[in-house]
Ligand binder design. Structure first.
Ligand code: DX5
Ligand code: ZN
Length: 220
């Protein structure tokens, strides 16, 4: 199981003054996806990066760009991120009134569509979305900042969503984001996660450590 786990480093923990080099370094260190946290200072209490930065980073890695939108409203920016080179676009259903429409919009642009559940958002939110999504992202911290502690109640939610995914018979990624460390990664994986976002745990120790950090998160 552990070798099948995808690691998606969150570049929120990278050195923003050297972002292109940082993306190349995690790519060469063996990550699977590049996780990009987009925050608007409105839906979440922090401001990070926009489509122009995603576009500039695109030439630094051929690996999938996993763009996590923490913005409200969502729909008017989806095309900008698709054009900038996002491969997977995820959004929070609370950020706009028409989650089903947002999923269709992302898919109409030929991108993988993901729905993100905040710690207080129940798995039930997915009942009428799961048949259309390509990815479910479970937040194991409240969105807004890196370096927070894993909220263990989310393990039950991961288990419940894994069952929902199995019922669909479709190939839907189950990703976990927030507080992933070598201690919490195995818990998330045994609960049913197949993709782990890790900011602090990937970037700690500087570029020489990235490959070892990624291997450790895979349980290798
Ligand atoms: C939080 C972001 C996460 C975060 C993860 O809003 O979505 O991707 O950067 O950071 P760590 O791994 O440090 O908890
Ligand atoms: Zn994220």
């Amino acid at each position: 199981m552990s070798s099948a786990v995808r690691i998606a480093p969150s570049i929120l923990s990278a050195d923003f003054a050297r972002l292109g080099e940082e993306v190349r370094a995690i790519d060469e260190a063996g990550c699977d996806w590049i996780h990009v946290d987009v925050m608007d200072g409105h839906f979440v209490p922090n401001i990070t990066i926009g489509p122009a930065v995603v576009k500039a980073l695109r030439r630094h890695s051929a690996k999938p760009f996993d763009v996590h939108l923490m913005i409200s409203p969502v729909d008017n920016y989806v095309k900008d991120f698709a054009d900038a080179g996002a491969d997977i676009i995820s959004f929070h259903p609370e950020a706009g009134p028409h989650a089903h429409r947002t999923v269709q919009l992302i898919k109409s642009l030929g991108k993988m569509a993901g729905v993100v559940l905040n710690p207080a958002t129940p798995a039930k939110m997915l009942d009428y979305l799961i048949d259309d999504v390509d990815l479910v992202l479970v937040m194991s911290v409240n969105p807004g900042f890196g370096g927070q502690s894993f909220i263990s109640s989310q393990l039950r939610k991961i288990e419940a969503i894994r069952k929902m995914i199995e019922k669909t018979g479709r190939d839907i990624r189950l990703e976990v984001d927030g507080g992933i460390t070598t201690e919490t990664a195995p818990l998330a994986i045994s609960a049913g996660a197949d993709t782990l976002v890790a900011g602090t745990a990937t970037f700690k120790g500087g570029p020489d450590q990235y490959a070892a950090n990624i291997r450790a998160l895979r349980g290798e």
